[in-house]
Design a protein around this ligand. Structure first.
Ligand code: H2B
Length: 95
């Protein structure tokens, strides 16, 4: 798949198909909440495998049952097709 930085209008279009995701400080952002720490950490393990398979890695943090994910393509200096694809794959893990 092509790895390219998205234009503003491409980004808005992608965002409309990614419920709960928003733009925050130049990154694609979402907060996930789980029943407990084990569920949150299990989710992070699944995301880690997807990220490694794509060689595209989230900026993220965890506090007990909450996982905050921020996606940006550091080397392209913005949000790319890989960020929106990773966001879609993360959503698919939960559906
Ligand atoms: N992940 C993210 N989110 N942005 C990057 O620019 C990036 C990455 N670069 N994972 C990758 C790894 C790069 O370091 C390797 C060499 O492809």
């Amino acid at each position: 798949m092509e790895r390219k930085k998205l234009t503003g209008s491409e980004l808005l279009q992608e965002l409309s198909a990614l419920p709960g995701w928003s733009l925050y400080e130049g990154k694609l952002h979402k907060l996930f909440t789980f029943p407990d720490f084990v569920k949150a950490f299990g989710f992070m393990c699944e995301v880690a495998l997807v990220a490694q398979a794509m060689d595209h890695h989230p900026d993220w943090s965890n506090a007990y049952n909450r996982v905050t994910i921020d996606l940006v393509t550091h080397d392209l200096g913005g949000i790319s097709t890989f960020d929106t694809e990773l966001a879609r794959r993360i959503e698919n893990l939960l559906s």
